[in-house]
Design a protein around this ligand. Structure first.
Ligand code: R5P
Length: 291
């Protein structure tokens, strides 16, 4: 038996399989039954290594169900392996990393305690919303980025005078890294979000994007509000096509439809969250952080 096991949660079956193949680990699949009351019953299929297990489970919606499944897998892994590395391709709750308004609970702190308590030795995440979230952990953590993988995908596309655009100032460094990988320029818009209603507005007055193909780069798309507002603004500024590159495509409710309607040609995301836009594989990037 291999010295490594990849214990694959239901939320990350494809990515877990790819990762196991890359690091030559024994794949342990999970069979999950969710009861009508919402409880998950998990049965593992395969032998778990005595030395090191890698648990792979994304925490996208249903977030709490996928979280409890991740914790259950970690706990079972720890019963068998001396070391448990946890890969959370999409870390849910990462936006609740500080007290924005008085009384708000910093849920990332709660998760940090739960992961440690369940038996994790190290946690690896992909493009976590903000690195502040990782400061809550007392075990080793590592954030890897899907940005180079996404940029390499776009580099192969035939685009007209492309320009990378961040929909907000918070994503400036991400856009810069993406643009650098492609060998092109970038700009960052000014976005304002109402903390209570979540409504998004673009505050930038003018940009010079006439006739250019644009790549809007973001870490995640949830409601699509940020991308829709940015696209409407950029279209008014007479750009050519708008493409979207993001790591985590949550695409809640009718977000994909709203984004397409606003004028976006194509959305490309990483396979941290499975879906029809998730065509960029990040298993290689994750594998580098494990071995
Ligand atoms: C915000 O800071 C993030 O980088 C994303 O732009 C945001 O979370 C996307 O959310 P939505 O799709 O709901 O606008």
């Amino acid at each position: 038996m291999s010295k490594l096991s990849v214990i694959c949660g239901k939320a990350s079956e494809d990515l877990g399989r790819k990762l196991a193949r890359k690091i030559k680990a024994n794949l342990v699949k999970s069979e999950v039954r969710v009861f009508p009351d919402g409880e998950s019953k998990i049965t593992l299929k395969g032998n778990i290594s005595k030395s090191k297990s890698i648990v792979v489970q994304s925490i996208y919606p249903p977030v709490d169900t996928n979280l409890i499944q991740a914790l259950s897998l970690i706990s079972k892994a720890k019963e068998n392996s001396s070391k448990v590395v946890v890969v959370i391709p999409y870390m849910g709750y990462a936006r609740q990393d500080r007290e924005f308004l008085p009384g708000e609970i910093v849920t990332m702190k709660v998760l940090a305690k739960l992961f440690k308590g369940a038996g994790a030795s190290k946690v690896i995440v992909v493009d976590i919303h903000s690195l502040i979230g990782l400061k809550s952990f007392t075990i080793r953590t590592e954030n890897v980025s899907a940005v180079p993988d996404l940029a390499r995908f776009f580099k192969k596309m035939s685009l007209k005078n492309p320009l990378v655009v961040s929909p907000d100032q918070g994503g400036k460094e991400r856009a810069k890294a993406f643009a650098k990988e492609m060998g092109i320029e970038f700009i960052a818009l000014q976005k304002k979000r109402d903390r209570k209603t979540g409504k998004v507005q673009i505050k930038t007055k003018q940009v010079d994007v006439i006739g250019r193909d644009l790549i809007l780069v973001d870490d995640m798309i949830s409601t699509g509000g940020s991308i829709v507002n940015a696209t409407k603004f950029l279209k008014k500024e007479k750009c050519k096509r708008v493409f979207v590159a993001c790591t985590h495509a949550l695409l809640m409710n009718d977000a994909e439809k709203k984004i397409k309607k606003s004028g976006v040609t194509k959305i490309i995301s990483a396979n941290t969250i499975p879906g029809n836009t998730s065509i960029v594989d990040v298993s290689n990037t994750i594998a580098k952080a494990i071995v």
